[in-house]
Design a protein around this ligand. Structure first.
Ligand code: UDP
Ligand code: MG
Length: 325
């Protein structure tokens, strides 16, 4: 029988984790699979860990959890969950019941047909207008930039075959932008749509600023095209500058020197200053990423676990190290 692992990153989900657990077990018990639920407590400050201990006490065999020493972010949480998981297939889902557990049955049907990644794409009904408009704009922009395909409404809710999971785990990078990584590993992928649900309880951890940063990660994580664009912008500005200089020199030679030009001067200084700062920032972003990659710090540190042997998120090829700095 297929063994299914369900990976659930949780950060401050005390309000909803119990009803999630009840729901997921109700659905999984009805399916013809062996299963385990792999929780990752991402350094919650509320009672999430206590709830997980209680769940593990109730369903020891079918429950694993790891708890981080602090909040490392959802990306680290998913990575830990994938390492924890021992199933032939792994479903990643949120703890807030926004990802309907009933869809797991459908995912397993598609998995039986031989697909490796089965993606549930939510429609944006019920989302705030501004947010869905901004995201669709973002996806249009970002897809013209990055090499991997990112789709609107496609999140982390998906089923992965063991082969796809192992491929993801073989990517050692520190800056993990999962949406891109999922797409990058490829394999046989199918997508189906589902109706977006509202959060059951608790509140979203995504503030607008965090979303903006996430958007920036998406742009920069997958290639150096932004650097290329910087070079081209520089080249175009240089050419325009040369033409303008030529124009001024010719004008000076033919009609004499006219002193006014303060406005032009200020406009050029301010404009070029802005362009230069932006490009420096861009280069800085790439260098910053190199900086983090070279440190080779683990993706997360585990303070407690049950049923799982996931101690640190160190890259598989690197020795597990705890940096005390
Ligand atoms: N999450 C996490 N670590 C974080 C933030 C979020 O593990 O630092 C988890 C959270 O508990 C939830 C999932 O990621 O299970 C999605 O978070 P949320 O529901 O806040 O995001 P939204 O659905 O609003 O995009
Ligand atoms: Mg949510």
């Amino acid at each position: 029988m297929t063994k299914l692992s369900v990976v659930v990153p949780c950060y401050n989900e005390e309000a909803v984790i119990d009803s999630f657990d009840t729901e997921i077990r109700r659905v999984l018990d009805a399916l013809p699979v062996d299963y385990e639920v792999c929780y990752v407590d991402d350094g919650s400050r509320d009672g999430t860990l206590g709830r997980l201990r209680a769940i593990a006490a109730r369903h020891g065999e079918q429950t694993r959890y790891v708890s981080f020493s602090r909040n490392f972010g959802k990306e680290a949480g998913m990575l830990a969950g994938l390492r924890e998981a021992t199933g032939d297939a792994v479903v990643i889902m949120d703890a807030d019941l926004q990802h309907p557990p009933e869809l797991i049955g459908k995912m397993l049907d598609l998995y039986a047909l031989g697909h490796d990644q089965i993606i549930a794409r939510r429609n944006r009904e019920g989302d705030k207008k501004v947010r869905s408009a901004l995201s669709s704009l973002y996806y249009r922009a970002v897809n013209s930039w990055v090499d991997v395909e990112l789709t609107d409404g496609v999140g982390d809710f998906r089923l992965l075959s063991r082969q796809a999971v192992d491929a993801l785990l073989s990517l050692p990078e520190y800056n993990r932008f999962s949406k891109g990584l999922f797409s990058w590993v490829g394999f046989d992928t199918v997508t189906f749509d589902y109706q977006n649900a509202q959060r059951e309880a608790g509140e979203t951890k995504w503030r607008f600023g965090a979303l903006l940063n996430y958007a920036m990660d998406g742009l920069i994580s997958f290639n150096n095209r932004p650097l290329r664009a910087a070079i081209w912008t520089g080249a175009i500005l240089t050419a325009l500058g040369a033409l303008y200089t030529l124009w001024i020199v010719i004008a000076a030679l033919t009609t004499g020197i006219k002193t006014p030009g303060y406005t032009t001067l200020v406009a050029i200084i301010v404009g070029l200053g802005g362009v230069q700062m932006t490009m420096l920032g861009l280069i800085g972003e790439y260098i910053g990423r190199i900086y983090y990659e070279t440190k080779r710090r683990p993706h997360f540190l585990v303070k407690e676990s049950h049923g799982a042997d996931v101690r640190t998120g160190a890259a598989l090829s690197a020795p597990a190290e705890t940096d005390a700095r």
